[in-house]
Design a protein around this ligand. Structure first.
Ligand code: CA
Ligand code: CA
Ligand code: CA
Ligand code: CA
Length: 474
């Protein structure tokens, strides 16, 4: 880079001389006393004062007026390509910032081993943004933060940094893939495709995947792949081979979209980008793993000590449409229908017919699956308090199935931000509605009713998992 900067400086000085000081074409005493006799004060054979032997105004030996030492370059078709400049004309190249040692609590991978804040202590259940690439490249070009959560009771540690995007080899696609501050810094790059970096969308709706936003011609074919955040059932694109299709966004978090577009002349283009799925208000998501698809239920309770399975508890029997209909009234305004999500298939909700969607609401009661199941409250009030509980209704792979065990995970979002991920917690059921209750967290909204504090409920140095007999205990 030092070399390139020097050349740029020389080129700039030469231009200034030509443009602003025509008298300097001659030497300082008016007669021509250099060895060439061309009327200027340098020793080459042309008549400008830049020290080279051609007639252009910069100091290199080619015929154009940029500083790249060859034809084309920064004054050619692609402003980023300049073979002189070390990184192909990248004037603002950022350092990677890699060091020898990890530094705690800075959300960065200081030692560039792919792990962020590893070996650092943290508070169980909390989360933080993280960047799993070279520290200097954070938020440059295509590089984006992900999220990581702190997990562990005795020795809590940050887990892997998930989502976001790190450096990739530079390709000719309208995007700064290696996050060095320069878009398409590749020789002879004339991008025929414009890849997005990221996008934002609400959860629980169909998101449009449209190749025409990236490729101007008529594609021969397209192939879409979508990677989903933890907890998603990952439904995939509606038609993975259609150049204009949709994907259902079933949870919050980062979805990674990858598309391969075959162009009109058979050339292949690829784009990878992130869709950040961000909800409103308070949103609690539950998913679970086990040997069979089971019935695990999410409960959100107002902070009133009245036990569970009553009208202070939003759950399958009173907070969705699939069982006995929506029957609770906690005093929150219903959300206008145009702001309601697409109801998941099989949920029973018809917000259009209803004219609105209620708050809080359970989007779907997944009675035979692995989730996700989620409760949304679009408009919590300042300082509202809630408790989240997970009940293992029954297992064994069928409706009203038998005894089983599973591991459940809960994520809490406030104002679209992940506030914590809790679990996996081991839970058991004896079958047919008789299973464990896992009291997960307490939530307190902030003064604006948007952000929140989330506190893990611990019991005996572990999650607070107790048997079905504790239903009457808040
Ligand atoms: Ca590291
Ligand atoms: Ca760090
Ligand atoms: Ca680049
Ligand atoms: Ca690129």
């Amino acid at each position: 880079m030092q070399h390139a900067s020097c050349w740029r400086l020389v080129a700039l000085c030469s231009l200034v001389l030509v443009a602003c000081a025509p008298g300097s074409r001659g030497d300082d005493d008016g007669d021509d006393d250099d060895v060439v006799g061309d009327g200027d004060a340098d020793t080459d054979a042309d008549d400008d004062a830049d020290g080279d032997s051609d007639a252009d105004a910069d100091s290199d030996a080619d015929a154009d007026t940029d500083a790249d030492g060859g034809p084309g370059g920064v004054d050619g078709g692609n402003p980023y390509v300049d073979p002189d400049a070390g990184v192909l004309g990248c004037e603002s190249e950022v350092e990677d910032g890699c060091g020898d040692e990890e530094v705690c609590d800075d959300q960065l991978d200081n030692d560039c081993n792919g792990q962020v804040d590893e070996g650092c202590t943290c508070e169980n259940g909390t989360s933080q943004p993280c960047f799993r690439g070279p520290p200097g490249r954070r938020n440059v070009g295509g590089c984006l933060d992900g999220m990581q959560v702190c997990h562990g009771f005795e020795f809590p540690e940050w887990t892997e940094c998930e989502g976001g995007a790190t450096t990739e080899p530079e390709v000719c696609d309208g995007k700064d893939n290696d996050c060095n501050g320069c878009v398409d810094d590749i020789e002879d790059c004339q991008p025929q495709i414009t890849c997005p970096v990221d996008d934002v969308a609400p959860p629980l709706q169909d998101y449009v995947l449209d190749a025409s936003t990236m490729y101007e011609g008529t594609p021969d074919s397209c192939t879409w792949e979508v990677d989903c955040p933890l907890g998603s059932a990952c439904p995939g694109p509606a038609d993975a081979n259609d150049c204009s299709t949709t994907v259902y966004l079933d949870v919050s978090g980062d979805y990674t979209v990858h598309v391969t577009i075959v162009g009109e002349n058979g050339e292949e283009f690829e784009c990878t980008y992130i869709v950040h799925v961000i909800g409103n208000g308070l949103r609690v998501e539950l998913s679970w793993d086990g040997p069979d698809s089971d019935d695990v239920d999410l409960h959100l309770h107002r902070n009133v000590d009245s036990g569970w399975f009553d009208d202070d508890d939003c759950f399958y029997a009173n907070c969705t449409e699939t069982y006995t209909g929506y029957s609770i009234d906690w005093g929150y305004a219903e959300t206008a229908v145009e702001d309601c999500p697409e109801p998941p298939p099989g949920s029973g909700w018809n917000y259009v017919a209803r004219g609105s969607c209620p708050n809080p609401r359970l989007d779907i009661d997944d009675v035979q699956g692995f989730g996700p199941e989620n409760i949304n409250l679009d408009n919590p009030a300042p300082f509202d308090e809630f408790r989240v509980m997970v009940h293992y209704y029954d297992g064994g792979g069928g409706i009203f199935g038998g005894p089983a065990d599973a591991e459940a995970t809960v994520r809490v979002y406030c104002g679209g931000a992940l506030k914590g991920q809790f679990g996996p917690a081991a839970i058991e059921t004896q079958g047919a509605g008789v299973g464990d209750l896992w009291r997960v967290v307490d939530i307190v909204m902030d003064a604006a009713g948007q952000d929140c504090d989330v506190t893990l409920i611990e019991r005996n140095d572990g999650f607070d998992v107790r048997g079905n007999g504790t239903r009457n205990t808040f």
